[in-house]
Write a new protein. Structure first.
Length: 423
């Protein structure tokens, strides 16, 4: 495959990785290692495996048609679009709030400045909206390629360093948390909710791929489209294991717990890295962690704005109104940003509750989101030659069963927690 053409196709997959490598990795994977050691390693591997087809289907659809899979939903019927909208709206503000809240903590830690009423969240969301209004895809694409390289290098360096140093013995009197307890199972669902990220935002990769085609005038082949997606997906999967290992090696058995405030958590996260690599790395780690979360925040605002704009346009298509125009996009970024900030205000100093709530909501809606992609990619819109092979189809069916069973388990545990305790 020609290298220059591969480079031209790169972008949507990197944006996807930037979305993934945020709360799910820095917060949830690290917490999983710190609280439960390697007990949830299998859950991370299985979540990445069983969710993979549904993200791949979205990129595959754009590779086959040149348009977003949301357009494919519309061709399957308005009921599909309505269902997608019903899936997306409940998580839109909580997801935005969770990633912004974590970014605000890293901001205050990096710049040494704290604002009342979580002013960092307002400042960050305002900045994201401004950047997206000015540059949209091109600026976002170029910005996050550099951020991604820095984050990957620093995380892998910390990962290798802790492996070399070895795992310290637990402190006296340490009692390991039970992964099969009610809190353990609820956290497991929260962990898998964004591992590697929420299934419903698979449409974003498709939208970014479409935007890349429009911005560059180059239509990648199916092979190039999937290569770009796979690069971002599997990098995020590997880094999830790295963050789990950091938590398990540095904090598990130490008697420490992560703070519940954004600023406190950010400080502990940076200390964990610098304690592994060395104090000299403080600024590198601080900038990389902030960049990772900022990239997640800006891609979340952009992704939701694009997805809702396209969905409402297809539902209310009217040649007399320019509902796909720039200022309509800006309106949706404003709505996503303001809604996200209002949710942040509801969860001040309760980072863990906000993150767990957002990730659990994402897991509960994962099954219908997965089905929409499965239904669309196997429709007659996609040529037989471009449809997934039998092995991928079977993996997708297994993935829907996996999501359905764990969703059922979550509701059973919430309704009747004594069921687990009596096992």
């Amino acid at each position: 495959m020609n290298q220059s053409k591969i480079f031209k196709a790169l972008g949507p997959g990197i944006l996807f990785a930037s979305t993934c490598i945020g709360v799910s990795h820095l917060v949830q994977s690290t917490r999983a290692g710190a609280m439960y050691g390697f007990s949830f390693l299998a859950a991370i591997l299985l979540a990445n495996l069983f969710k993979y087809p549904f993200f791949e289907f979205a990129s595959r659809y754009t590779g086959a048609t040149g348009t977003s899979i949301i357009n494919g939903y519309a061709k399957e019927g308005k009921w599909v679009l309505v269902l997608y909208l019903l899936i997306t709206v409940p998580s839109m503000f909580t997801v935005t709030a969770a990633v912004t809240f974590v970014t605000s903590g890293l901001s205050s830690n990096l710049f040494g400045v704290e604002f009342a009423h979580n002013g960092w969240s307002a400042l960050l969301l305002g900045f994201c909206i401004s950047v997206l209004a000015i540059g949209r895809y091109k600026l976002l694409d170029n910005l996050l390629k550099l951020v991604g390289v820095v984050l990957v290098l620093t995380t892998i360096t910390a990962f290798i360093t802790v492996l070399i140093k070895g795992r310290p013995a637990p402190v006296a009197g340490f009692v390991a948390a039970d992964p099969l307890s009610v809190p353990g199972i609820v956290f497991l669902i929260a962990l898998m909710g964004w591992m590697p990220t929420a299934v419903d935002i698979s449409t974003w990769t498709s939208l970014w791929a479409e935007a890349k085609i429009k911005a560059t005038g180059y239509r990648p082949t199916m092979q190039q489209t999937l290569a770009d997606f796979n690069l971002g997906y599997w990098i995020s999967a590997v880094l999830a294991i790295c963050f789990l290992t950091l938590g398990a090696y540095v904090m598990y058995g130490s008697g420490q717990t992560f703070a519940n405030s954004a600023g406190g958590f950010a400080g502990q996260l940076i200390d964990m890295f610098t304690g592994s690599i060395g104090q000299w790395s403080y600024w590198v780690i601080s900038v990389a962690a902030f960049s990772a979360m900022f990239s997640t925040t800006i891609t979340v605002v952009d992704g939701y704005a694009r997805a809702i704009q396209r969905t409402t346009f297809l539902l209310t298509k009217n040649p007399a109104t320019d509902t796909e125009g720039k200022w309509v996009y800006v309106f949706w970024t404003l709505l996503v940003g303001v809604g996200g900030y209002l949710v942040v205000a509801m969860f001040l100093n309760n980072l863990k509750q906000l993150v767990d709530f957002a990730t659990i909501v994402s897991f509960v809606i994962a099954l219908p989101a997965a089905y929409l992609n499965y239904h669309t990619v196997f429709s007659n819109q996609v040529p037989i030659a471009d449809q997934p092979k039998k092995g991928m189809k079977l993996l997708a069916i297994a993935g829907m069963v996996f999501l359905g069973l764990f969703t059922l388990l979550f509701f059973v545990v919430k309704i009747n927690p004594g069921w687990i305790e009596n096992l």
